[in-house]
Design a binder for this molecule. Structure first.
Ligand SMILES: [Fe+2]
Ligand SMILES: [Fe+2]
Length: 226
C-alpha cells in the first residue's frame, strides 16, 4: 500500500491477534453516518489510514503494470490489483468522504511510484517491495483487530453502553479479511523473489525496502490526522 499506514501510537495494543481467521466474505460493514461519528476517534483515524493505504495499494499495482513487461510479473500484479480494488471498495463503504484523508492524491502518487520504480529494476525488486509493504500492512491490520477486541472486552466488562458496539464485529471481520489477503500477497511475493542476488543488488534492494517500510510508517502517521 502506500505506504500504508502503523497504528501503534494511537492504538496502544501491539499484541498480534490470535483469533482464528474470519473467512472470506465480509461484506461492506454497515456503517451509516451517525454510527461513523459514534466510533471512537482513534478507530476513525485508523480507518482513515486504511482507506489511504488501500487507495495507495491499488496504485502500486497500476505503477507495476505501467512498466512491467514480464508476463509472470504482469499476472501477479493483475491478480493482486483485483484484491486491492476489492479492499478499497469495502473500506469506501465504511469511511465517508468527510472521513477520508485530504492527501489522497499524494498517497496515490506515492503508491504508483512504489510500484513503478522497482518495476524499472526488474521482477525481483517488485516482489521484494510487495513483501516489505505487506509485512507492514499485516501488522497494521493486526494491531487494529487487537484494538477492537480490547475495546469490546473492556466495554463489556465495564457494562458501559457503547453506541458504536453494534458496528464493531463487522468492522473487525472486514479488517481481518483484508489482513489475511495481505498475508497471502506477502507470501506470494516472498516465494517469487528468491535470493537477492549479488551484493550490489542486495544493498540496493535492502535500501529501497527500508525506505518503503519507513515511508509506509510515515504515511500512516500523517494520514491519521490529515
Ligand atoms: Fe489491501
Ligand atoms: Fe495487498
Amino acid at each position: 500500500m502506500v505506504p500504508c499506514p502503523g497504528p501503534r501510537r494511537s492504538l496502544p495494543l501491539t499484541t498480534r491477534t490470535t483469533a482464528p481467521p474470519d473467512t472470506p466474505a465480509a461484506g461492506p460493514a454497515a456503517v451509516d453516518a451517525s454510527t461513523w461519528r459514534a466510533l471512537p476517534s482513534a478507530l476513525r483515524q485508523e480507518l482513515r489510514t486504511d482507506h489511504a493505504g488501500e487507495a495507495g495499494a491499488v496504485m502500486i499495482y497500476r505503477g507495476v503494470l505501467a512498466l512491467a513487461r514480464s508476463p509472470a510479473l504482469r499476472d501477479f500484479a493483475r491478480h493482486h490489483l483485483q484484491t486491492e480494488q476489492q479492499h478499497l471498495d469495502l473500506i469506501e463503504a465504511v469511511v465517508p468522504l468527510a472521513g477520508r484523508s485530504r492527501l489522497l492524491p499524494l498517497w496515490r502518487l506515492a503508491g504508483w511510484l512504489t510500484g513503478a520504480l522497482p518495476a524499472m529494476l526488474g521482477d525481483r525488486a517488485v516482489y521484494a517491495t510487495i513483501d516489505a509493504v505487506e509485512t507492514f500492512v499485516d501488522q497494521h491490520y493486526a494491531d487494529q483487530v487487537a484494538w477492537i477486541d480490547h475495546h469490546t472486552a473492556a466495554a463489556t466488562a465495564a457494562g458501559r453502553p457503547d453506541t458504536a458496539a453494534a458496528a464493531l464485529p463487522a468492522l473487525r471481520q472486514l479488517l481481518e479479511r483484508c489482513r489475511l489477503d495481505e498475508v497471502q500477497h506477502r507470501d506470494d511475493a516472498r516465494a517469487r523473489r528468491g535470493s537477492a542476488g549479488r551484493w550490489p543488488q542486495r544493498l540496493l534492494v535492502w535500501g529501497w525496502t527500508s525506505l518503503v517500510g519507513s515511508g509506509s510508517a510515515a504515511a500512516v502517521r500523517v494520514s491519521r490526522w490529515v
